[in-house]
Ligand binder design. Structure first.
Ligand SMILES: Cc1cc2nc3c(=O)[nH]c(=O)nc-3n(C[C@H](O)[C@H](O)[C@H](O)COP(=O)(O)O)c2cc1C
Length: 336
C-alpha cells in the first residue's frame, strides 16, 4: 500500500519527476489518463531560496492535478531546509528530495546521487528537512554510486529512521545513468529492511512492464518515467491490465489527436498561448508516433504559433487519416 499523507493507494502508479517534461499541463494529462500521483521536475534549492523567477515557475502546482509532489534538490543543508519551507507554502501533498540525479554538475555539489557517497551527511540533511516541514517528505534515490558501492539498504534504513515517509528506488547505480537494465530485485531487499512504502523505478517502459513489476516484486508503487514520454496512456493501459482487462492494442488516431489538443489547451491556460505552443513542439513526435504522414505534419506544426492554427491542422490531419485504410504507417506496428 502506497500510504503517504492523504495518499492511500494499492499498486499506485506514479508519474516520475522529469526535467522539461513533467510541467503542469503534462502532469494534468497523465492524471486524466490514470496516474495516481504526479511530481514536479526537480527544482534547485538555491534558486528557490534566491527567489529566481524561472525556478519559482517550476514550483507552481494547481488543485486539479492533486495529489502532487514537489521535488527539490541541493547539497547544502541550510538551502534545502529553506527551500522545503518555501515549497511547503504551496501545499503539495508531499515534498520529495532528489537523491538520484546523475548529472556531473549536480553530484559535484553533493546533491542528487552525490548524496549516496556520504550516507551520514545525507541522513543529516534529510532529517533537517523532515524536521523543518509539516508535510510528508519522501526521497527518490538509486541503489548506489556504482556496482562496487551499492548501499541502498543502509540508505533506506537511515532515511526511515529520520522520518522519511516513502522511498522511490531507481534500480540503477549512478554510474549507469539511464542505461542498462534496472535490477528490480533490489526492491524486495529494500522492503525487507524498511516498513515505509517503496516505489519501484527504472525500465518500466510499457503497461506490461508495470504488471511485471508488481508481480515480480513487493513494490507498493511503480514510478514511470520514459515510458510516459509521448505515451501518457501507459497509466490507463496498466490499470486495465492490473484489473485483468484487455488494453487497446492501438490507441486510435482520434484519441491521439484529442489528447494532444487537450494537452495544448491545458498548457495554454497555465502558461499562456505563446509559451504553450513553443513547448508543445517537443511532444508532437510522441503523440503522432506511427501515424501515416506524421513527419510532414510535424514539420508543419513546428511553424505554427497559435492554438487555433494547430487545432485546424490537426483536425484536417484527422480527416485525412479517416480516408485511409490504415491510419498507422506500419499496420503491423505493435504499440506499447
Ligand atoms: C528527460 C528526463 C528528465 C528527468 N528529470 C528528472 C528529475 O527532474 N528528477 C528526478 O528525480 N529524475 C529525473 N529523471 C529520471 C527519471 O525520473 C527516472 O528515474 C529514470 O528515467 C529511470 O526511469 P525509466 O527507466 O523508467 O526512464 C529524468 C529522466 C528523464 C529521461
Amino acid at each position: 500500500m502506497f500510504r503517504v499523507g492523504p495518499i492511500e493507494k494499492e499498486k499506485a502508479l506514479l508519474l516520475a519527476p522529469m526535467e522539461d517534461v513533467t510541467d503542469i499541463s503534462y502532469r494534468l494529462v497523465c492524471r486524466e489518463l490514470g496516474a495516481d500521483v504526479v511530481y514536479t521536475e526537480f527544482v534547485n534549492a538555491e534558486g528557490i531560496v534566491r527567489k529566481n523567477e524561472k525556478t519559482h515557475r517550476k514550483l507552481k502546482i494547481i488543485n486539479e492535478e492533486r495529489p502532487v509532489g514537489i521535488q527539490i534538490y541541493g547539497g547544502r543543508l541550510e538551502s534545502m531546509v529553506d527551500a522545503a519551507k518555501i515549497a511547503e507554502e504551496l501545499e503539495p501533498e508531499l515534498i520529495d528530495i532528489n537523491a538520484g540525479c546523475w548529472i556531473k554538475g549536480v553530484v559535484a555539489c553533493g546533491a542528487g546521487a552525490g548524496m549516496l557517497k556520504d550516507p551520514e551527511n545525507m541522513q543529516k540533511l534529510v532529517k533537517a528537512v523532515v524536521d523543518a516541514v509539516g508535510l510528508p517528505v519522501t526521497v527518490k534515490t538509486r541503489i548506489g554510486w556504482d556496482h562496487e558501492n551499492i548501499n541502498i539498504l543502509e540508505i533506506a534504513k537511515r532515511l526511515e529512521d529520520v522520518g522519511v515517509k516513502a522511498l522511490t528506488v531507481h534500480c540503477r547505480t549512478r554510474s549507469m545513468g539511464h542505461k542498462g537494465d534496472a535490477d528490480w530485485d533490489w526492491i524486495n531487499r529494500v522492503k525487507e529492511v524498511v516498513s515505509i512504502p517503496v516505489a519501484l523505478n527504472g525500465n518500466v517502459m510499457t503497461a506490461r512492464d508495470v504488471v511485471d513489476a508488481f508481480t515480480q516484486t513487493t513494490a507498493d508503487a511503480v514510478m514511470i518515467a520514459r515510458g510516459a514520454i509521448g505515451y501518457p496512456w501507459i497509466f490507463k493501459d496498466a490499470k486495465r491490465l492490473l484489473e485483468g482487462l484487455p488494453v487497446d492494442t492501438e490507441i486510435s488516431y482520434v484519441e491521439r489527436i484529442r489528447v494532444c489538443l487537450r494537452h495544448l489547451e491545458l498548457a495554454t491556460t497555465v502558461k499562456g498561448e505563446r509559451r504553450a505552443i513553443l513547448e508543445q513542439r517537443k511532444y508532437y513526435s510522441g503523440y503522432l508516433k506511427g501515424l501515416s504522414n506524421a513527419g510532414s505534419i510535424r514539420q508543419e506544426l513546428m511553424k505554427l504559433l497559435e492554438y487555433t492554427q494547430v487545432e485546424e491542422l490537426l483536425m484536417g490531419y484527422q480527416k485525412y487519416l479517416s480516408t485511409l485504410e490504415h491510419a498507422y504507417a506500419n499496420v503491423h506496428q505493435e504499440p506499447k
